[in-house]
Design a protein around this ligand. Structure first.
Ligand code: FAD
Length: 494
């Protein structure tokens, strides 16, 4: 079974939702796919389901609440919204293969596809990060947003980035027992960041928000340690113990639950599987697909917007989605390029006012080297295949020059997550071992399926473009017999 449409959107976060609303406004036919049961993406997860839950919405904060009008406009936009649909392959012509419990396996053929698949949390590969009771701060936030759950027992958060402070303040407001926050940003860096903060004056509200989160934790008596390097996490008598160093002091924090966070990186599985052009970001320490002002990638059928196109936050993700829709509507002749530019100009102006904030946040929360390149050989880097940093270093010493050869040598990135979790760390370990900047280490080759799918769906999946298989006539007794006959004519084979 296959569907046709004008714009296919993969991902119903702020980028996907605002693209759909804008595209519908200009009369485009739109199909939106998201693997979750409700729209919202990461930031506005379950925003419609939480509509009646005032208390939960309040503790999740104003940014979260801001998603409600967008989600409502999205649902009312007339787009064909298909929740619970996982895109497992996108082809060069933009067509997508989809697995969904409701519809089975099918293909959608659009005029253009917008990849709005968001970001993943950066891996935090330190000794002990794979222990039970150690998880990411984003995962704890997802539990809070979807079911109001908070971790039981003493919670220690470690790492850096706005989300670490946001999740800590949300969990604190929800009643979690917060023991300590170990932030890798050194106090001096806040001072150094002051210059960037001044340049980001137009985003004063966003700056003040961060300060408010930290102040709320202080007022709850939560221990805050700045400039903390996590040395290792151990299991001791059923508890976790976080060993860290701050300045020249080493110390430990006992915890029932340890929440790690080191920022987010673009989810580039789909864009890499399409071999789109990617550029390395020296400020965000990650790859992102190259796109133009209208989110068009190096393949004109493929648009990329939101955090999947480079980390810029929820508000800018929504702007990126809208610009993608405007660009496509002009390309399909629904509006003139003049109208496109007129409608886009306030969006570009808003983007310019946010540039200072992005520089400030990227500088202040840059992931430290000890986090990006695990020094201890025993540290697990690829969780799926339990591949250690030492095994990766050994593979490089044996001649593997990039992640694809390392995958062949030691299976790093070959598991169910297909490198989504470990690709950055594998590449950083290789770069370090080869004495190269990360930008010169080849990226891993991503093949479909982009996400795990049921064999039944795989079997049912109609062939994508260029995958049509020539029907082989069924072998019947008479056809076998006719084979004999035909061979009779030629040399006898026994
Ligand atoms: C765990 C986590 C929590 C975050 N929480 C916050 C927060 O509270 N506040 C904040 O300001 N920022 C938060 N962020 C940052 C977040 O990236 C942006 O704020 C914003 O959500 C980005 O919007 P987006 O539309 O680009 O992507 P997202 O909001 O991430 O939406 C992408 C959507 O695509 C779906 N998707 C991905 N791959 C597929 C596929 N193959 N098939 C079908 N669907 C797919 C995803 O499930 C998701 O629903 C969070 C990031 C992460 C990783």
């Amino acid at each position: 079974m296959s569907d046709e449409t004008e714009l296919l959107i993969v991902g119903a976060g702020p980028a996907g939702m605002s693209a759909a609303v804008a595209a519908r406004r200009m009369g485009l036919r739109v199909i939106v796919l998201d693997e979750n049961s409700e729209p919202g993406g990461q930031i506005y997860r379950r925003i419609l389901g939480n509509e009646e839950r005032d208390a939960r919405r309040r503790l999740l904060g104003t940014d979260y609440a801001r998603g409600l009008p967008l989600a409502r406009a999205f649902v009312a936009s007339g787009a064909d919204i298909r929740a619970g649909s996982t895109v497992v392959e996108i082809s060069d012509d933009g067509s997508a293969s989809i697995a969904s419990p409701g519809r089975g396996a099918y293909v959608v053929k659009p005029r253009a596809t917008l990849i709005a698949t968001g970001a993943n949390e950066r891996a935090f590969a330190v000794p002990g990060w794979t222990l039970p009771g150690v998880m990411t701060a984003g995962a704890a936030q997802t539990l809070l947003k979807t079911s109001g759950q908070i971790p039981a027992g003493r919670v220690v958060l470690a790492g850096g980035g706005p989300l670490l402070w946001l999740v800590a303040s949300q969990l604190g407001a929800a009643g979690a027992e917060l023991g300590a926050v170990l932030s890798y940003t050194r106090p001096l860096e806040y001072l150094h960041g002051a210059g960037d903060a001044v340049a980001a004056w137009r985003s004063f509200a966003a700056l003040a928000k961060g300060a408010r989160w930290i102040a709320s934790l202080r007022s709850r008596g939560v221990k805050l340690v700045h400039g903390a390097q996590v040395l290792r996490i151990e299991e001791r008598e059923g508890k976790r113990v976080v060993h860290y160093q701050a300045g020249d002091r080493t110390a430990t924090e006992p915890a029932d639950i340890v929440l790690l966070h080191a920022g987010v990186v673009p989810n580039i599985q789909a864009s890499q599987s399409l071999r789109l052009e990617h550029v390395w970001s020296d400020t965000q320490f990650c790859w992102r697909p190259a796109t133009d002002l209208w989110a068009t990638s190096s393949n004109p059928n493929i648009l990329v917007a939101g955090d999947g196109a480079g980390i810029s936050g929820a508000e800018d993700a929504a702007r990126g989605g809208e610009l993608a829709a405007l660009g496509l509507a002009a390309k399909l002749g629904r509006i003139t390029t003049g109208e496109r530019d007129r409608l886009a100009s306030p969006i570009f102006a808003q983007r310019r006012t946010q540039e200072g904030l992005r520089v400030f946040l990227d500088t202040l929360y840059a992931p430290p080297h000890w986090l990006r390149v695990p020094s201890d050989d025993a540290t697990i880097v690829c969780r799926c295949e339990q591949v250690s940093a030492g095994a990766i270093r050994e593979a490089v010493r044996l001649g593997a020059d990039g992640p694809n050869q390392v995958k062949a040598f030691v299976r790093a990135g070959m598991g169910p997550c297909q490198g989504r979790m470990c690709a950055q760390t594998v590449a950083a370990v290789i770069a370090r071992e080869r004495g190269l900047p990360c930008s010169q280490v080849p990226t891993q080759r991503v093949r479909p399926p982009l996400k795990p799918l049921h064999l039944a769906d795989l079997a049912d999946m109609p062939p994508g473009p260029g995958e049509e298989i020539e029907a082989v006539p069924a072998l019947t007794v008479s056809s076998l017999k006719s084979l004999d006959d035909s061979t009779a004519a030629g040399p006898q084979s026994h």
